[in-house]
Design a binder for this molecule. Structure first.
Ligand SMILES: NC(=O)c1ccc[n+]([C@@H]2O[C@H](COP(=O)([O-])OP(=O)(O)OC[C@H]3O[C@@H](n4cnc5c(N)ncnc54)[C@H](O)[C@@H]3O)[C@@H](O)[C@H]2O)c1
Length: 383
């Protein structure tokens, strides 16, 4: 998330340093190549590097020269599904010596509520007089260039001057500004992600419920949504995963002393979908003798991001339960993967895990068992 933001600030008149600890990633970015798919970003990156509005650094001391420092590091949950708070503190510890009075420090990562207040007290304990702000990133991967220009930016800070500087910073992108308190901004970000996560879970639960009663969810879906405005926002069923939704639901649950039944229920439903698919296949035929192909391994369509993709969970279960598993993804280089053509030839069962646009034209032989939980090929889905 940091890189597209840096590119967009550089494109809109700021001088920006992208500071990271990963030398390989910076080396690759320095050639003007985006390290991941982000629509429309690569030409802007190349131009920003060329006109030196953007430069790259591995040296944390560079932070001392900035008027504004944005923190956009990962904020995962641990194996107990609790937020990892220590890495952010460690990061801050390592940057304290480079903070100067008068700087604006903007926390951009999605955080456990109350983290901005904690940062404020850690900073004031050090006697550094900076403005602190929390301005969450709300774009969806792949759409950063468009969305950083158009999505309103939620900004929060602890003083009128902090807010003024946030407004000045983000309005340079051309977007509207919404001001809140830090805790409101933290919750607005988490609520937004968890709202989506629970919607996906609702669709997934409906899908499983219908399927368990020998009904095709997509015939029901059509009947429900056809010219009926009140349910237009219902998503289709499908794998709901990735680096944000799951862990943000768990952050919110941890924040509420694990009494977030809706969030936990959504997690169980969404994370249980691969298990459900396998269980249903087993109920239908002797899965142990079948070769299964998984089409699409990234966490969402037309992306090259495999982080927390449920396609990998599906593969893991199938490696145990089926005869053999083949995986394919046009955006992932993995020596163990095969082309979609080879996968179709060699597999008895085809599961569409990620509906990449280019799969639209695939010709699937009639003798294959197809699991299209997304109804991507519009043939419905009964497992
Ligand atoms: N991925 C999304 O779609 C998305 C969308 C909105 C918000 N977010 C939030 O944005 C934040 C960042 O997510 P991401 O997907 O970009 O994470 P990421 O792990 O891809 O990127 C984080 C970067 O920070 C670097 N880094 C780590 N420690 C550092 C340090 N001490 N100094 C400098 N750089 C350091 C890493 O090397 C890495 O390049 C998270 O809080 C996430 O929840 C993500």
């Amino acid at each position: 998330m940091g890189l597209p933001l840096a590119v967009m600030f550089a494109t809109n008149g700021k001088r920006v340093c992208a500071l990271d600890v990963d030398p390989d990633r910076l080396a690759s970015i320095s050639t003007g190549k985006m390290p991941f798919k982000e629509r429309g970003c690569e030409p802007l990156l190349a131009r920003a590097l060329q006109d030196q509005s953007l430069f790259l650094s591995l040296d944390p001391a560079i932070a001392s020269q900035a008027d504004v420092v944005l923190i956009v590091v990962g904020t995962p949950v641990d194996r107990h599904l609790n937020p990892e708070l220590a890495p952010l503190k460690t990061l801050l510890e390592s940057y304290f010596k480079f903070m100067n009075d008068g700087q604006l420090i903007v926390l951009r990562s999605t955080v456990y509520p109350g983290t901005t207040d904690k940062l404020k007290s850690w900073i004031s304990e050090r006697g550094v007089d900076v403005e602190l702000a929390f301005c969450p990133e709300r774009i969806s991967e792949g759409n950063a260039v468009e969305e950083l220009r158009t999505l309103p930016q939620i900004v929060s800070s602890y003083s009128a001057e902090g807010l003024r500087r946030c407004r000045e910073l983000f309005s340079s992108l051309g977007c509207e500004i919404v001001e809140t308190e830090p805790i409101e901004a933290e919750l607005a970000k988490l609520f937004s992600n968890v709202w989506r996560y629970t919607l996906f879970a609702t669709a997934n639960q409906f899908f499983m419920l219908a399927n368990d009663h020998d009904a095709d969810f997509y015939r029901i879906y059509h009947a429900m949504t056809y010219k009926y405005p009140r349910v237009q926002s219902m998503p289709k069923a499908g794998f709901a995963a990735g680096p944000c939704l799951f862990k943000d639901a768990m952050q919110l649950a941890a924040f509420n002393n694990n009494r977030f039944y809706l969030g936990h229920a959504a997690m169980l439903v969404n994370e249980g979908l691969p298990n459900y698919i396998v269980a249903r296949l087993q109920a239908r035929f002797d899965l142990a003798s079948k070769t299964v192909g998984i089409l699409g391994m990234t966490f969402k369509a037309d992306s090259d991001d495999i982080r927390d993709s449920l396609a990998y969970k599906l593969r893991k279960i199938l490696l145990f339960e089926s005869h053999a598993v083949f995986c394919s993804d046009p955006y992932i280089r993995d020596p163990d993967f095969v082309s979609s053509g080879e996968l179709l030839r060699r597999c008895d069962v085809i599961v569409l895990a990620t509906p990449h646009g280019e799969y639209r034209a695939l010709q699937i032989p009639d003798d294959k068992i197809v699991v299209d939980i997304w109804n991507f090929w519009e043939g419905g889905c009964r497992i």
